[in-house]
Ligand binder design. Sequence first.
Ligand code: SAM
Length: 276
Amino acid sequence: MEWFVERHDGTGFMVRGKKIAEHEGKQKIEIFDTSLGKMLVIDGKIQLTEADEFFYHEMLVHVPMMMHSSPKKVLIIGGGDGGTAREVLKHDPEMVKIVEIDRAVVELCRKHLRIDDNAFDDERVEIIYRDGMEFVRECDERYDVIIVDGSDPDAASMPLVSKEFYSKCAELCDIFVTQSQSPLFQKEYFNAVLRNSTSFSFRRIYLSFVPSYPSGMWSFLLASGETLKMDMAIIKKRYEERGIKTRYYTPSMHLSSFALPGWLEEVVRKYGIGGI
Ligand code: SAM
């Protein structure tokens, strides 16, 4: 009986399963067949399992996309597994650009995973293999929504939490979201997101439950240059009008995900970030 063990400083997570593919290049990429379905691991850290990837991808994508009246041009930074692009396409955008630093992630996921549901082959989707920091530095195109779906804190993904990155993204889009790791087990990274994202005048933290991620409590930063109104009636109307089919996201999940536990409210308030 084989087990995959993910180690974080002082905690861990185990999944029963066996390796079916691996690639060592810019990053060490492994794919496993496990008790949670197919699993993608990058540099020893679980990126997704088939059992709960939609808990993450649906909340990462539909919260910002529902806050936009007409999200037609979307930039995804990271997201080489295709789950984010799959959810973005449910809003019938005109153009989706994926900026992924490591071609091997897309290639292995195309071959062994396919959670993209053919998003990779959709004619509206363009994949650019480049560092997201370099891309935004030279970008002069505006987007309705920018979605940052980076990997765990490491050399490749750390530039995606820098002040420079956030201030450039603030110039390039109406609405911004990034996954911001576990506020419980990855406080340093989480606080770096809050500290460095002050170029956005409106910021809110929201949560999703992702069992295979450290602590299961996963956070996201929603940001904009305008004050975003959380109006249930509007969110419900857009959800119905756009005919979005989801298994985790619902309009009430949308609103309730911004309700934070007391200890976390205290942390985010220190950075001038309000509640719902
Ligand atoms: N859902 C996962 C999570 O929350 O940890 C993320 C999954 S996705 C596989 C992360 C992707 O970000 C990887 O494909 C990785 O190659 C990509 N990535 C990391 N740093 C990047 C950067 N600086 N620019 C573009 N893509 C990057």
